[in-house]
Design a protein around this ligand. Structure first.
Ligand code: SF4
Length: 180
């Protein structure tokens, strides 16, 4: 689902010979703050900042995490998807993190996906196959619907059903891939 972001990560880390510290993104939509009471400017700023909290994956290294969010000591970061426990450990359950090895695996997987897609396109396979995840599809807000005419009930059209997986299941699946 985040092929573009991970492709950029792979390209830049290889070009600059760097190690990934994370892949993060946030919504650029201007947030609208709602409240049933009068708020101070600080409270409004705080809410806005929380709206810009980034999503993605961060390297599971507390030193790196604290360099990314310098205001973080313990608990949830307001900036990145990480929770630091009382012994300065990153909570796997409450955070979205990956180890150095997992980032390498993810990068290897992205290259495989790009190659597979390229081969399919070159062989003429260009079916319209939007994703369907958590009962959502990109077609709901797509401007090109009238052109592409995707309709689940016509021409054997089918969604690309994306299962909801926990992080540990994703790593297990990636670990089980044959790279030949
Ligand atoms: S409407 Fe068509 S182009 Fe738009 S997301 Fe759906 S399948 Fe893709």
């Amino acid at each position: 689902m985040q092929l573009q972001l991970l492709t950029y990560l792979d390209a830049i880390t290889k070009k600059e010979e760097m190690e990934p510290a994370g892949v993060l993104y946030f919504s650029i939509l201007e947030p609208i703050i709602q409240s049933d009471k009068k708020m101070t400017e600080e409270e409004i700023e705080d809410k806005i900042r929380k709206n810009f909290k980034m999503e993605g994956l961060v390297l599971a290294d507390v030193k790196v995490v604290k360099m990314m969010d310098k205001s973080l000591d313990k608990g949830y970061s307001d900036m990145i998807p990480v929770y630091v426990g009382k012994d300065d450990e990153i909570s796997k359950k409450l955070s979205s993190t990956a180890t150095k090895e997992q980032f390498k695996l993810l990068q290897k997987y992205i290259i495989k996906v790009i190659k597979d897609i390229s081969k399919e396109i070159l062989s003429g396979k260009i079916d319209i196959k939007p994703y369907y995840k958590n009962k959502k599809t990109p077609c709901e807000y797509c401007k090109y619907k009238s052109i592409c005419q995707f309709d689940k009930n016509k021409f054997n059209n089918e969604y690309n059903y994306v299962p909801k997986l926990k992080n540990e299941d994703i790593w297990e699946k990636l670990g089980g891939i044959s790279w030949e």
